[in-house]
Write a protein of this length. Sequence first.
Length: 263
Amino acid sequence: MKDFQHSSRIINIISGKGGVGKSFITVNLAAELSKQGKKVAIIDVDMGLSNVATMINEGAANTVIDWMKNRADLLDTLQKTPFFTLVTASNNFQHKNIDHHLLMDALDQVVQELKLSHEYIFIDSPAGAGSMVFWALDAADFTNVVLIDEPTAISDIYKLCKYVLQVSPNYPFYAIVNMYDHIDKARSTYDGFNEIMETFQQYSIPFLGGIPRDQKVIEAIQQQIPYYQLKQTDQVQDALINLAFETAKIITSIQSNVNKNIV
């Protein structure tokens, strides 16, 4: 088994509020890269509200909380699915009250284990600005910010980015616009958010791409399958392929810089 410990990269996906398609993007980016032959994992850290397993019609048999409570081993939490390895922090809403410092320590160990055998590790963060979000931001090599054309969603994610940039001014954010009706609207949504970031934070966030609004997306969610399994050749599938390509480019750039520093 190839050891990816020194080349494995972590991609975090965040949003300011729920309902913007964050988990759909996480699942489908991971599935697309896996389809291309990459070793991919997802860590779902949405405490008690995890839905990555549901989106691919899988049950979360052993969670990180189960391991912490000695009901499972660490390796039991690494759930093999037809698309990627899945780790679920918790599938019980009552676990929201667990000691998050202990949970974050456990998640750090999960990450180290995943790095041994995976090239790409995605983190599906909760919406908002809780402790799990900040753990994911700290663990990731970069974070994709999911935007939609809705004032409250833009406002909430801006507040989160503002806070992070106050602590880490050069934090690597990238923007993905979801559920747009026309590509011009996607650019307009991104441009508006980037203008706010440039004006008030002196930070320009790169545009990674977008996913158009389409009834087929709902069909894939209802069928609990990655979008590519609908076998559609359309704008959504093209957009997902492009986002996977752009993600891989970022990873390659990061690894190239690491290799230069080693030399």
